[in-house]
Design a protein around this ligand. Structure first.
Ligand code: FAD
Length: 415
């Protein structure tokens, strides 16, 4: 008899988990209220950013916070009415910025990044869509020498962990990417940061393979988790059905803590809401993903046009999107891509909820309250990158293999 496993969530993490579990001999069913890759995994910046080992919140970020918070369209905003709810998360994030803790987080992120490319290749290879991954190093742009120097420590950290960053003059940058403006005086590679041509397409390609191999995708909303004697036995669905469970994996992105809570586990998870604008008629041609040191975010050439993506907004799961933040990304990148044309009627805007933990590490591992539940969520700014690797790790855990890395840092009961 094959083991059967139910996965809640058909984003990059859930679908990668389904694919690796199938490879390990499981019958899989995925339940999601939207289609594969239509949650946060739909609209990210496409960065396969395996060398991005610094935590999202680190002492350097805290120094920039006051300036950012003054600007309602800036890289980070908090809707003030929401602050009391988010406060425990921010306090925990602050506690995670001590040098010792940052080093621990960096090590965990570096370990997670090690097999990202081979895990992507496995899944995209199975799907016959390796063409979606572009092996071209992202370029970071600087228009200010002080900003360039300020990131020296970060580049050293990456180097120390085996991800060296090449440095380029402004002219070398323009040789690589002629669309970059003359104000850019420096460039740096990220020590390994590729990109995909269509993040939603990646998830849908994996989903197609999973279904072709006998997997089932159910379109429904998981409302309740039924458990007995330390084991989940069934899920209740909004459509009225009851889905029996042998093993359960929770990959529900920014909603995962709501499900974990039903199992008696408290997780600090915030929706770090990001935006994109896609410009099919951008007026510029770039061959790789570009980041701009003044403000977090990326400009990535994708199948559907140039995608400008980024920003972080704390407003909870349900607040209305503020698409002015998406439009503002045009003004940000116009500074380094002078030929960029303003959004026209073909431009599209999107908001997505990154599942953010206060220590910039995901939750990967067994539940401490239910013996047949494994978690895979909380990937924050790195879910596209770490999704396939998380899928492999979850499948190893459910196959009772010991993953070849320290998994304790990802445990669910650390909050
Ligand atoms: C602007 C922006 C740029 C980004 N850029 C990058 C990048 O360059 N590189 C990178 O690595 N990452 C990036 N990210 C982050 C990345 O997109 C996320 O970390 C990733 O998509 C999370 O994947 P997931 O599978 O955990 O969640 P999701 O894709 O959100 O999937 C979770 C799914 O669970 C479903 N679900 C939840 N609760 C239930 C329930 N009760 N019942 C049924 N279904 C449920 C949801 O409908 C959803 O489809 C970016 C994010 C944003 C917003």
């Amino acid at each position: 008899m094959k083991p059967t496993t139910t996965i809640i969530g058909a984003g990059i993490v859930g679908m990668s988990t389904a694919a690796f579990l199938q490879r390990a001999g499981h019958d899989v069913t995925i339940i999601d209220r939207v289609g594969p890759g239509e949650g946060c995994s739909f609209g990210n910046a496409g960065g396969v950013a395996f060398a991005e080992i610094m935590p999202t919140v680190h002492p350097g970020v805290f120094r920039k916070l006051p300036g950012w918070l003054m600007d309602p369209l800036g890289p980070l905003t908090i809707r003030w009415g929401y602050l009391p709810k988010a406060l425990p998360w921010f306090l925990s994030a602050a506690r995670n910025t001590t040098p010792a803790r940052v080093e621990e987080i960096v090590q965990a992120r570096a370990a997670l990044g090690m097999r990202v490319v081979s895990d992507f290749e496995t899944l995209l290879g199975d799907a016959g869509r390796k063409d979606l991954l572009v092996y071209r190093e992202t370029l970071r742009l600087f228009d200010d020498e002080a900003q360039f120097r300020a990131e020296a420590a970060e580049r050293d950290t990456k180097k120390r962990h085996g991800f060296p960053c090449e440095i380029y003059s402004g002219d070398q940058v323009r040789e690589m990417e002629p669309a970059v403006g003359k104000n850019v005086i420096r460039g740096a590679s990220h020590g390994g940061w590729y990109f995909v041509l269509n993040p939603e397409g990646v998830v849908k390609a994996i989903a197609k393979t999973v279904v072709a191999n006998g997997g089932k995708i159910i379109a429904d909303d998981v409302r309740g988790i039924v458990h007995q004697d330390g084991k989940v036995t069934a899920l209740t669905l909004a459509g009225g059905g009851r889905h029996p469970v042998e093993n359960l994996v929770v990959c529900a992105g920014a909603y995962s803590h709501l499900l974990a809570r039903q199992l008696g586990e408290r997780v600090l998870l915030e929706a770090e809401r990001g935006y994109h604008i896609v410009l099919p008629d951008s007026g510029v041609s770039i061959s790789r993903s570009l980041t701009y040191a003044r403000t977090p975010g990326a400009a990535t050439p994708m199948e559907m046009g140039l995608r400008l993506a980024g920003t972080d907004e704390f407003a909870g799961l349900e607040a209305e999107p503020n698409y002015a933040r998406a439009d503002n990304l045009f003004h940000v990148f116009k500074k380094v891509l002078p030929g960029l044309q303003p959004p026209n009627e073909r431009a599209t805007r999107w908001m997505g909820r990154r599942p953010g933990t206060p220590d910039s590490l995901p939750v990967i591992g067994r539940s401490r309250t239910m013996s047949n539940v494994v978690y895979g969520f909380g990937h924050g700014h790195m879910g596209l990158t770490w999704g396939p690797t998380t899928g492999r790790l979850v499948s190893e855990i459910l196959s009772n293999k010991t993953p070849n890395m320290n998994m304790d840092v990802f445990r669910v009961n650390r909050f």
